[in-house]
Unconditional design. Structure first.
Length: 202
């Protein structure tokens, strides 16, 4: 009786240990996937943003690697704008833009275009455009209701459809701006480029 009891305990322990190892492995895999999604997306964003600029028609003023002076200082940055490196701005991008649009929770492809538009025009605007596209309440916040609407839309219409609709709305927004004559070619190229890269991720 004692031997069978000990054997049962050992068996239960082995099963629990195996389950714990599988769970840990799955969590590590998910974490790695999240890191990869952001790493792939930030590379595209930084490629689009380029280096230091201070265009007189850009309301953002001094900008380096896509980060305006106002955003950099709000982040707590002390370094001179001209001296910023990717290592300086990547944590800012992840905290202030990627997490705001819930990049880790978005379908592949949509994560890139949402993140890129958020960087270029602000997270709230990017989220609002997505909410309008999927029929969610446009409050500029990626809450549970929006995520449910997103899942329903993708299930019914497909992620390719959503990316194309979203990017079309993004282009319409750019074309509505007075500065389109100055920056329109670059914005349009950016929309086309991110659309292509997003569709390749599906």
């Amino acid at each position: 009786m004692k031997k069978s009891f000990v054997f049962a305990i050992r068996s239960a322990f082995i099963i629990l240990l195996g389950w714990a190892l599988i769970t840990l492995s799955n969590r590590i895999t998910i974490a790695e996937q999240k890191i990869d999604k952001f790493a792939e997306s930030i590379g595209v964003v930084l490629e689009h943003e380029g280096g230091y600029v201070n265009h007189p028609k850009d309301p953002g003023g001094e900008t380096n690697l896509g980060v305006t002076k106002k955003t950099w200082e709000a982040w707590g940055g002390k370094k001179d704008m001209k001296d910023l490196t990717p290592e300086d701005v990547i944590p800012l991008y992840k905290s202030m833009f990627w997490k705001r649009v819930k990049g880790d929770e978005l379908p592949s492809g949509l994560d890139l275009v949402m993140f890129d538009f958020a960087v270029n025009a602000g997270p709230s605007r990017a989220i609002t455009k997505l909410q309008i596209a999927i029929g969610a309440y446009p409050d500029g916040k990626m809450g549970p209701a929006t995520m449910h609407k997103l899942a329903d839309y993708v299930e019914e219409n497909g992620i390719v459809n959503l990316i194309i609709v979203f990017q079309s709305m993004r282009q319409d927004y750019y074309e509505s701006l007075d500065r389109f004559d100055t920056f329109g070619e670059g914005w349009t190229n950016r929309v086309n480029s991110t659309t292509e890269k997003a569709l390749q991720r599906i």
